[in-house]
Design a binder for this molecule. Sequence first.
Ligand code: PLP
Length: 299
Amino acid sequence: MQLLSPACRIAPASAFFSGPLTVDVLRLDEVHPVVSGNKGFKLKKYLEAAGGAGKSTLLTFGGAFSNHLVATAAAAQVQGLQSIGVVRGEEPAQLSHTLRAAASYGMSLHFVSRAGYRQKTIPPSVYEQHDPESIYPIPEGGYGALGAQGAADILRRPETVAYTHVVTAVGSGTTLAGLVSAAAPHLSVTGIPVLKNAFSLHTEINRLLPAHKQDDFALQWDYHCGGYAKYTGGLLRFMNAFYERTGIPTDFVYTGKAFFAAYDLVRKNYFPAGSRLLLVHTGGLQGNRSLKKGSLIYG
Ligand SMILES: *Cc1c(COP(=O)(O)O)cnc(C)c1O
């Protein structure tokens, strides 16, 4: 099974937006059933580096709802590698859907206290089960130069030349940094942070950018809907309406907020007339399983 399928649809979404501009969606959610969206792009260079160093086990960090964790587990399985997940917080009585999925791809889960997690310490239980020499660590969220290099490939396709603006959801900022690195000079990149008060984000993104691309992006801070994985009735209504008009499903943690932001920014004339917007669908649809049944009109 291939990690990244070369084909990727660009779907029209202008019908949903009013104003003298065009809007399309880059459907990265369709590139792989599990390693969906931006995650395969961010992992690609880490996997190559692990292979080059002869490492047989990927180790990474995440919370109970981390798309990165489950993507790493699935990618490891595809590549014939072992995987270890260091999970924030005590082991719950019942594992989240995401953690169960990660375990089903063979990931061994090790729970650490929130304080220990903050330090990104590797718990001793890991070394009881795995040879330290075999382990290749990947930072939380795939944040780092290799993650951004992989994400840059998202824009390295000829169809993207036609656009003037790119909009994406932002967690760690690794994907945004990749987009900025690869963006042609006429292309503006706008990121929508889904975390509240993530004040260090701008600096962390700059750290992944070459000197001539420093600050060459905008962050719009008002669309987190209360914070990470929080949502409002208005957000869910938007996601349903967007699906009804475009046939494109979004998730409530990332892409719903990013696309709502694009919609609101269009309404406020943030993008000049004649702009050609490309919304990056970064995937994450399996996260919707933690919503109450019936909240969304799509599965
Ligand atoms: C992880 C994730 C993001 C955030 O990507 P970063 O590179 O960490 O900013 C955005 N959208 C979806 C669906 C994700 O799963």
